[in-house]
Design a protein around this ligand. Structure first.
Ligand code: C2O
Length: 533
């Protein structure tokens, strides 16, 4: 294994999209940002230097950060932000993971433009569990606002209303020609008769996406840096935070083939409906070649999404076993959803909030991890409820009980405890999707369903053999999902909806995992350049 050094200068950069130019926050002037490349077991050191007027922090989404929570990145959860003019070296080792992950800013809404790929190659001489692709390509899906993204959310917080939706989706930073502005979009040059691996990342702030390539099937081989049993599909569905590796075989003789990304949102809310487009471009047919278009499923195509999600299975091979916890120490039910709290200064006298088990999370003033490590009292309490305040019932809860409680509550776990967590969408205002992301762990998605979770009958149907292992899971609109994980990583670990608007509204909490007794079972001390609040 080796040590890999990166330098991230956080700088403003004037960027033109959709016929208009604005300064955006970037890493090294690039949007999307630079790709980190490492092998399993390598150590990565990223020196982040903040040259902008905002506080900054960077999260390495999906990296387990075993015993190195200080490098995880969410502002006020594991660190104080890096202030303007300051720097911080994120230092972590990639243990037991290989595949595609990504990094993004984890403060304000900066991640709209501050994000990039993390490519983790298997250890030297360890092959992929599928034929080696001819070439690999990172494909980052995103969203673009013509106006300043921080202004968009600040305005919404002031009014208490939902923020404006983005003006376009993007593929590797470009909406493509559909927006009426002269833009070619992103082009992936390919040769005929080869297999390519696309490392697809959903870096969009607020939308789950469909992704499709005209005239080509996609073979899914990995999600969230864990191998899956390969399967073929026309369309993938990918939630913000998730990553999906697919193989594409270029069986066509020539021509251009549309690559398309558009929203999947089976909730009746306003979304940016613009399809982002790019092209696979066969070489040897540069100018005169025909173009094959495609269209993605409509935004309410729940059946397409369900079919895709139910096809995901851990590879569960001898080399890559699915170690699903079978004996459970904590059986938790978290309701996730939106609510309405009073707000005298807001437009309607109320504001949209979000909660888990009716708790709207309040961000602390110093990081939770520091408070935990240095035993600073008064920052958080360890009384996060393991169940909703009143037994949840989808239909009867729907009409009452919109208001939420506020608090900085954590759920405490002993080292190596096992957790089963059922995430239930409340749909109190309207059923909506919630891609829930857990920092510090991978978990297994052992079951999912529509309506109310039934604790008697549903667990009998759980897949405890080869469930998909990931770090971000879509709680279906008006339904539930059940996950299991082992708390083998001491520290404070954020869990939140990866729709940025829901996180902002309070759909977040954290687990605190105490040290174990063994020699390698405790959180390491913070590095000397650790940012101060
Ligand atoms: Cu990718 Cu806490 O986020």
């Amino acid at each position: 294994s080796m040590v890999r050094h990166y330098k991230f200068n956080v700088v403003l950069k004037n960027t033109t999209r959709m016929c208009s130019t604005k300064p955006i926050v970037t890493v090294n002037g690039r949007y999307p940002g630079p790709t980190l490349v490492a092998r399993e077991d390598d150590t990565i050191l990223v020196k982040v230097v903040n040259h902008v007027k905002y506080n900054v922090s960077i999260h390495w989404h999906g990296i387990r950060q075993i015993r190195t929570g200080w490098a995880d990145g969410p502002a006020y959860i594991t660190q104080c932000p890096i202030q303007p003019g300051q720097s911080y070296v994120y230092n972590f080792t990639v243990t037991g993971q290989r595949g595609t992950l990504w990094w993004h800013a984890h403060i304000l809404w900066l991640r709209a433009t501050v994000h990039g790929a993390i490519v983790i190659l298997p250890k030297r001489d360890v092959p992929y569990p599928f034929p080696k692709p001819h070439k690999e390509e990172v494909v980052i899906l995103g969203e673009w606002w013509k106006s300043d993204v921080e202004a968009v959310i600040n305005e919404a917080l002031k009014s208490g209303l939902a923020p404006n939706v983005s003006d376009a989706h993007t593929i590797n930073g470009h909406p493509g020609p559909v927006t009426g502005c002269p833009s070619n979009g992103y082009t992936l040059p390919v040769k005929s008769g080869k297999t390519y691996m696309l490392r697809i990342i959903n870096a969009a702030l607020n939308e789950e996406l469909f992704f499709k390539i005209a005239g080509h099937q996609l073979t899914v081989v990995e999600v969230d840096a864990t191998y899956v049993k390969p399967f073929k599909t026309d369309t993938i569905v990918i939630a913000p935070g998730q990553t999906t590796n697919v193989l594409v075989t270029t069986h066509r003789g020539g021509g251009k083939y549309m690559v398309a990304a558009s929203p999947f949102m089976d909730a009746p809310v306003t979304v940016d409906n613009v399809t982002a487009t790019a092209f696979l471009h066969y070489s040897g047919s540069l100018t005169s070649s025909a173009t094959t278009l495609t269209s993605t499923p409509p935004k309410n195509a729940t059946s397409v999404a369900t079919k895709f999600i139910s096809a995901l299975r851990s590879l569960n091979s001898k080399q890559y076993p699915a170690n699903v916890p079978l004996k459970i120490d904590h059986s938790l039910l978290f309701t996730v959803g939106l609510g309405i709290n009073p707000c005298p200064s807001c437009v309607n006298g109320s504001r949209v909030v979000a909660s888990i088990n009716n708790v709207t999370f309040v961000m602390p003033k110093i990081s939770l991890l520091q408070a935990h490590f240095f035993n600073i009292s008064g920052v958080f309490t360890s009384d996060f409820p393991g169940n909703p305040p009143v037994p949840f019932n989808f239909t009867s809860t729907q009409v009452t009980n919109f208001a939420t409680k506020q608090g900085t509550k954590l759920y405490r776990l002993a080292y190596n405890d096992t957790v089963q967590l059922v995430l239930q969408d409340t749909g109190m205002i309207t059923p909506e999707n919630h891609p829930l992301h857990l920092h510090g762990f991978n978990f297994f998605e052992v079951g999912r369903g529509l309506g109310n979770f039934n604790p008697k009958t549903d667990p009998k149907k759980f897949n405890l053999v080869d469930p998909v292992e990931r770090n971000t899971v879509g709680v279906p609109s008006g339904g539930w999902t059940a996950i299991r994980f082992r708390a083998d990583n001491p520290g404070v670990w954020f869990m939140h909806c990866h729709l940025e608007v829901h996180t902002t509204w309070g759909l977040k909490m954290a687990f605190v995992v105490d040290n174990g007794k063994g020699p390698n079972e405790s959180l390491l001390p913070p590095p000397s350049d650790f940012p101060k609040c």
